[in-house]
Design a protein around this ligand. Structure first.
Ligand code: TRP
Length: 482
């Protein structure tokens, strides 16, 4: 078969039709609920500016190096993470297990991602119906809480979202993904632009921007009781992994469909910049409104976008239309991310176990769907089940706990090994060929190699140790807390 990515004879595997499509698809995976739903509420919860700065630092020294590493591994092996690690390490058990950890993370993340994706579809219908248009802040909160409290509503929209994800993955990379992303991603950017302008003009620009960009370090490292806590720093790192779709091989899988002559560092930078821009724009749109209405940025949690933006939509001219368009585009952004999560799992069963794409998609999608029902019921039927505790020692619902386990444990551990592998274990010629041949920047390559070898793994390892230590309490003991 002619390989559409390179025009050469190649394996019978789907390929992106151009570098531009790869960037769009990778950005489509990266940009999603992580940017617009999760980043703003985390920035709110952890005190604004300090969190934003730490997050940006993590994107630079952890995110971008690992993003390059993943694409490089994917394009070289042309495989999913399990296949890639097993081939590169000559079937070494340990490294193959790292690949499996990635596939497992895909299952776990998609299960609750689909539930929140369901909320956005639900809000699309609520916006179109004008449900929150005449409402005050109290009533808008109530609409959100009612949605969470209704197990059927949760289950139905989770099912719709998961079915759509499976529907697209069945068709494979090119037909399935490219067509959607091309149109919808740019539209989302335009709409966010409109919301930012609205927020700056009609909202409290000084309050919102000040909260987001002026750091208050004291509040960042302590909890409500004034005790030291590493949690916010860990969350900033976890968010960097989550938002760039790193640590589980999604970008290995997408890189495996990238043509040989394309420039990896350039593409990676582009994706990281787009992704970060969207997260910051969404936060500006949200926090200018938060301060306009004197809401508490810390308190909102996962409901933030669903409670704050409807306030803006109910005030602005054409709000019903803009609100409807916004939740529709957000649903699509979530969908293009969900696709990449399912694609990792499916690619593993196709490449390594020779399943048909359709079989792999239907069976694995169904397993994820069942798993997701636990998250869908975590604010209603199972509301008394808590798995972990939050920064203040409160029990966290299932969805929040599963998110924390996946984002702050599974992804960083996967990412640590991906960085070590790309920095130390891969053959020098492979690195050179993948990163130098079609790129004109030797400097970027040198910096990348240095950071990926010495800096990224150390930083991630230290943070993982802190995370484990949170349960042991050594750091608190050193700092003099307990
Ligand atoms: N990055 C996506 C977002 O921000 C979510 C996502 C898609 C993801 N694929 C991933 C997260 C792989 C971690 C790993 O919404």
């Amino acid at each position: 078969m002619k390989n559409p990515g390179t025009g050469l004879e190649g394996p019978a595997r789907g390929m992106w039709s151009s570098r531009f499509m790869f960037i769009l698809a990778a950005a489509g995976s990266a940009i999603g609920l992580g940017n617009i739903w999760k980043f703003p509420y985390m920035a709110g919860k952890y005190g604004g500016g300090a969190f934003v700065l730490m997050y940006l630092a993590c994107i630079g020294v952890i995110g971008i190096p690992i993003l390059v590493a993943e694409i490089l591994i994917g394009r070289h092996t042309r495989k999913n993470p399990v296949g890639a690690f097993s081939v590169l390490s000559r079937k070494n058990r340990f490294w193959t297990a790292v690949g499996f950890l990635g596939v497992a993370s895909g299952f776990v993340i998609l299960s609750y991602y689909s539930v929140v994706g369901g909320w956005t579809v639900d809000y699309f219908t609520k916006s179109a119906a004008g449900s929150y248009l005449e409402a005050d802040p109290g009533r808008i909160n109530e609409i959100f809480s009612r949605m969470l409290a209704n197990p059927w509503e949760q289950a139905v929209w989770h099912t719709v979202f998961m079915a759509a994800t499976m529907g697209i993955v069945v068709f494979g990379v090119k037909e399935g993904l490219e067509r959607w992303i091309e149109v919808l991603m740019p539209l989302l950017l335009v709409l966010l632009g409109i919301l930012v302008v609205y927020g700056l003009v009609a909202g409290d620009a000084a309050g919102g921007l000040g909260y987001l960009f002026l750091p208050d370090w004291g509040k960042f490292v302590t909890n409500a009781a004034g005790e030291y806590t590493p949690r916010p720093m860990l969350e900033a790192m976890g968010q960097a992994f989550f938002t760039l779709s790193l640590g589980m091989g999604a970008m290995i899988t997408y890189g495996s469909y990238l043509g040989d002559q394309e420039n990896i560092p350039g593409s990676a930078l582009m994706v990281a910049i787009l992704d970060t821009a969207i997260a910051l724009l969404a936060s500006i749109a949200i926090f200018t409104i938060v301060f306009q209405y004197d809401l508490d940025p810390k308190a909102a949690g996962p409901g933030l976008v669903f409670q704050v933006l409807p306030l803006a939509f109910s005030q602005m001219p054409g709000g019903r239309f803009i609100g409807t368009a916004f939740f529709l585009l957000l649903s699509f952004a979530a969908l293009t991310s969900a696709i990449s999560l399912l694609e990792v799992v499916v690619a593993h069963f196709i490449d390594d176990r020779k399943w048909a794409r359709r079989t792999a998609t239907v069976i694995m999608g169904t397993v994820v769907w069942v798993l997701g029902l636990f998250s869908a019921f975590s604010y209603n039927l199972l509301e008394n089940v808590t798995l972990l505790e939050d920064k203040e020692g409160q029990g966290m619902p299932i969805l929040d706990s599963v998110d924390l386990i996946a984002t702050n444990y599974m992804l960083p551990i996967g990412g640590l090994f991906i960085a070590l592998f790309a920095g130390w274990f891969i053959k020098q010629q492979v690195r050179d060929r993948q990163l130098l041949e079609h790129s004109n920047s030797r400097t970027f390559y040198r910096v990348w190699l240095f950071v990926t070898r010495y800096f990224t793994p150390v930083a991630v390892a230290i943070l993982i140790l802190f995370m484990i230590d949170k349960h042991l309490g050594i750091a608190e003991w050193i700092v003099g807390g307990k």
